[in-house]
Design a protein around this ligand. Sequence first.
Ligand SMILES: [Zn+2]
Length: 81
Amino acid sequence: MSRFTGHVPIRTCVSCRSKMAKMELIRLVVNGDNRIVVDKLKKVNGRGIYICNDSTCMERFLKNRDYGRFFRTDKDIKPGF
Ligand SMILES: [Zn+2]
């Protein structure tokens, strides 16, 4: 019902695939040490992925272990948090 809906950036959670307002999702990026870290300010350059601020989504993502696929990289990246 919000008249602002059309102006809210929407991103898809990599875990559950639901579309959410970008501001409600956690942004994950890969740092220079090939570690996946939370980009709290959503300002880090590079490929970021978005995930719900939800332990179920986070656990499912961490169980997957095929992280490179999400970041479209062949590097051996690991969660850094
Ligand atoms: Zn999700």
